[in-house]
Design a protein around this ligand. Structure first.
Ligand SMILES: O=C[C@H](O)COP(=O)(O)O
Ligand SMILES: CC(=O)C(=O)O
Length: 234
C-alpha cells in the first residue's frame, strides 16, 4: 500500500460533500465547468475516462483551475494510471478493484479510491491497504441500508457512495457516520454543460454546499459582477 494513500484520500473526501462525476464531451467545456463547480464549493472533481478527450480535459483543468483538485475516474486498466498522472491528475477513482489497478496506482504514486459493493469487496480492499472506498453503484447495491450494515463489521472504513444519488437523497447519505462525501453527476447535467449554462451548475453545487454567493461565481468565472455581490444563487 502507498503509505500516504489513506491520508490523501481522507483529505480529498473530507474536502467537499460532493465529488462531481464528469463525462466531458468537449474539451472547451472542461475549464468553465470546473470553475463553475469550484465556485459552488465543489473543488474535488472526477473526470471520467468515458470520453476520448478525458485526459485533455484533465490537463486543461489542472493547468487553468488551480483551485480544483482534479482526478481521473473510470480507471479500469492499470496503464491508465500513468497517463492520468502525466495529464496532471491528483487521484484515481475506479468503479471496482483489482490487483492490477492497485499496482498501477502505486506505480503512478497516486491516491486511489477503489470501488466496492459487497462485504467481500471491502475485505479485499482492506487487504490491499485501502480504507477509504467508493460504494458503487450505491442505490442499486442497497443504498443507505447497506452502508449502515457495512458500518457494523467495517467501522473504520469510510465511503464515498456513488450511483443514483441526487438532490433528494444526498443529505441522507451524508448524514451517515461512515460517509465522508458522495459522488454524482447531477451537479453537472449534460443539458447545462451543452448550453454553457455555468451559473446553473454553480447553483446546483451551491444547493448542496449552501454558502456560496453570486460574487464568488463571477470572480471564479472571470466575469464582472453586475450586482451587489451578496445575492445568493439559489
Ligand atoms: O455511473 C455512474 C456515475 O459514476 C455517477 O452516477 P450518477 O450518474 O447516478 O450520479
Ligand atoms: C462509476 C465510477 O466509479 C467511475 O466511473 O469512476
Amino acid at each position: 500500500m502507498s503509505p500516504h494513500q489513506p491520508v490523501a484520500m481522507s483529505f480529498l473526501m473530507a474536502r467537499a460533500p460532493v465529488i462531481p462525476v464528469l463525462a466531458i464531451a468537449r474539451v472547451e467545456d472542461a475549464v468553465p465547468l470546473a470553475r463553475a463547480l469550484v465556485a459552488g464549493g465543489l473543488p474535488v472533481l472526477e473526470i471520467t475516462l468515458r470520453t476520448p478527450q478525458a485526459l485533455e480535459c484533465v490537463e486543461a483543468v489542472a493547468s487553468a483551475v488551480p483551485e480544483a483538485l482534479v482526478g481521473v475516474g473510470t480507471y479500469t486498466r492499470s496503464e491508465q494510471a500513468l497517463a492520468a498522472r502525466e495529464a496532471g491528475a491528483q487521484f484515481l477513482v475506479s468503479p471496482g478493484l483489482s490487483d492490477a489497478l492497485v499496482s498501477g496506482a502505486m506505480n503512478a504514486d497516486l491516491p486511489f479510491l477503489p470501488g466496492v459493493a459487497t462485504a467481500s469487496d471491502v475485505i479485499r480492499a482492506q487487504e490491499a491497504g485501502y480504507d477509504h472506498l467508493k460504494f458503487f453503484p450505491a442505490e442499486s447495491s442497497g443504498g443507505i441500508e447497506a452502508l449502515k450494515a457495512l458500518g457494523g463489521p467495517f467501522g473504520d472504513v469510510r465511503f464515498c457512495p456513488t450511483g443514483g444519488i441526487g438532490p433528494t437523497n444526498c443529505l441522507d447519505y451524508l448524514s451517515l457516520p461512515n460517509v465522508l462525501c458522495v459522488g454524482g453527476s447531477w451537479v453537472a447535467p449534460a443539458s447545462a454543460v451543452a448550453a454553457g449554462d455555468w451559473e446553473r451548475v454553480t447553483g446546483l453545487a451551491a444547493a448542496v454546499t449552501g454558502h456560496y454567493s453570486a460574487s464568488d461565481w463571477y470572480s471564479v468565472a472571470g466575469e464582472e459582477d453586475p450586482g451587489s455581490g451578496d445575492e445568493k444563487l439559489r
